[in-house]
Write a protein that binds this ligand. Sequence first.
Ligand code: SAM
Ligand code: F3S
Length: 446
Amino acid sequence: MSGKLFIRTFGCQMNEYDSARMADVLRESRGYTLTENPEEADLVLINTCSVREKPQEKLFSELGRYKALKRKRPEMKIGVGGCVASQEGEAIGKRAPYVDIIFGPQTLHRLPGLLQQSAAASTPVVDIAFPAEEKFEELPAPKTASPVAHLSIMEGCSKYCSFCVVPYTRGEEISRPVADVLAEAIQLERQGVREINLLGQNVNGYRGVAPSGGLEDLAGLIRYVSKLKGIGRIRFTTSHPMEFDGRLIDAYARFDKLPSYLHLPVQSGSDSVLARMKRGYTADEYRDKIARLRRARAGISVASDFIVGFPGETEEEFADTLALVEDIGFDQSFSFMYSPRPGTPAERMEEQVPHDVKLGRLQRLQALITGQARRISAQMVNTSQRILVERPARRGEGLLAGRTGNNRWVNFDGPPSLIGRFVDVAITEALPNSLRGRLLPESLAA
Ligand code: SAM
Ligand code: F3S
């Protein structure tokens, strides 16, 4: 059987990765091909996220669109996956009985079987179990046309930060064995991938079974992946500061395939807020780790995630966050207003911060970070930067686009044959969201 598959993805890189795996498994098992147009789809999947926004409302308004399509074409199937599915399960089917399948982040490999079951069922088929190891064993090899790929090295999170829903929707941390990660990395390398982003909710907690039988941590895994000749750049997302240890700092001194960029979510610069968040470190411990990192790798850009308006956050506590932002000199970062998540301890805390106070703080924080990031971009003008050429530029006829080590897009003039190669460019101009560059032809010889 073959048909057209439309996937709507909400949320983080992890969800993007999962959506790509859904496409893989349905292509291999049932010949489904992806379409950008839900009107022509035989199967519509919604991959939901419940980390921040109002996910239920978003899901049901999205479902409304596909319900109308299904009325016209009753043979069309609709599936809901991801974290909202994991949390709500059968309740989704009660409110939207036209949904055919409901599956969690850990059961997406079972999609072909679920589709088969739903053909004979009169109510939605639900499978939101947590068999993470099975998922990785059964997924087919990923297919990609891009020189940049994500590779999931672990699932779930066992940190239970008081604001976060992830441990409840994705389960506890489970690491893939080193050999499996390497086998996938080699397949990606053979398809022309040159940059790999090792993915997990908390990759610093990686403890994968090593070929020797012991356990390997993230630094050890990076050492293995860095041996692959075709892979020139290794990133990892997301890190937790508590487990960002000496071995990883040391990896920055040893492996130049790690770019001069680290995303290390701090959330707040106030010790009292960090304690209420159950983050397990203080602002000074964070400062100390970054100082050690900068001794191992001078000039490294540090990016972060922040939550403003956590329950009880005072103006003084927020000022501590602004002070930390200046001390570290954070580069482009993500900042969010605290959003109460059902079932988390922070949701039940008193002294929820009013929305307008949260918004005001968010704007002040973002203005500060944007100013710092623009200064970093401006300082890059007239320097030479190594970029991986990823694709034609979205704007600008004939231009190519690639990313620097510190995660900035550079648009420059060059032949399409450079896509998939590392080249050096001289940065000629810093724009608000990207850089302009000039190809340094000497680098083509390398
Ligand atoms: N593992 C990462 C870490 O060490 O913090 C975070 C993963 S989390 C899914 C991604 C980001 O979403 C967090 O860093 C946090 O800033 C934000 N986030 C999570 N829960 C949130 C909430 N309830 N309200 C606002 N932002 C939230
Ligand atoms: Fe969430 Fe904290 Fe884990 S933010 S994903 S519980 S490290």
